[in-house]
Design a protein around this ligand. Structure first.
Ligand SMILES: [Zn+2]
Length: 209
């Protein structure tokens, strides 16, 4: 029967997204990028602040992937990337000739990098990998959906297969740029906030109500 033997099978995700975020800092393994570390600390504090303001109250221990997705949606209000709705005439238009009423959101590349940092921060702050809400399958699925929908809405291919490729180059030399680096770079294509930096101003908790 479906026993308890599979515990940890799903939660223990590969460390690919960790590599992703390391690439975001642009540093090699030799020199730890302090910019990445400070950004990670800022992100972590932002998330803790978000939890403190959460209604109903939410503790880190009870935080699930669904709460993480809620947090990502909350961050959209601070976004700087125009994402056209299906009814907008500029849907799928990478360079609209005129402004439209569509909302600004967080670029997929920013969210992807943010989740990688928070996932690392969670475990550095004593969280167990198997209960890491930032590594939850639901979060991965949500990010993939954001990536695909933004790619369509903005008319920007995020997939490598649609990028121009130099087929004449023979791949004898070792690649110096990993695919994860490419992904991060592409995530901000035209977005403006490609650095993955999320700036969120969270209001202090109000005692009203
Ligand atoms: Zn629009």
């Amino acid at each position: 029967m479906e026993g308890a033997s599979a515990v940890g099978g799903d939660g223990a995700a590969p460390s690919s997204s960790a590599a992703n975020t390391a690439a975001d800092g642009g540093g090699s393994s030799a020199a730890p990028p302090s910019r990445y570390e400070s950004q990670k600390r800022r992100d972590w504090n932002t998330f803790l602040q978000y939890l403190r303001n959460h209604k109903p109250p939410l503790t880190l221990a009870r935080c699930s992937g669904a709460h993480v997705i809620e947090f990502l949606k909350y961050l959209d209000q601070f976004g700087k990337t125009k994402v056209h709705v299906a009814g907008c005439p500029y849907f799928g238009h990478p360079n609209p000739p005129a402004p439209c009423a569509c909302l600004l959101k967080q670029a997929w590349g920013s969210l992807d990098a943010l989740i990688g940092r928070l996932r690392a921060a969670y475990e550095e702050n004593g969280g167990r990998p198997e209960s890491n809400p930032f590594g939850a399958r639901a979060v991965r699925i949500y990010l993939r959906e954001v990536k695909e929908s933004q790619s369509k809405a903005r008319g920007i291919p995020y997939d490598k297969k649609k990028r121009k490729r130099t087929s004449t180059v023979k791949a004898t030399a070792a690649p110096t740029v990993s695919s994860s680096t490419l992904l991060v770079a592409e995530g901000g294509g035209g977005g403006g906030d490609a650095s993955g930096t999320i700036t969120a101003t969270i209001p202090p908790p109000t005692s009203a109500v």
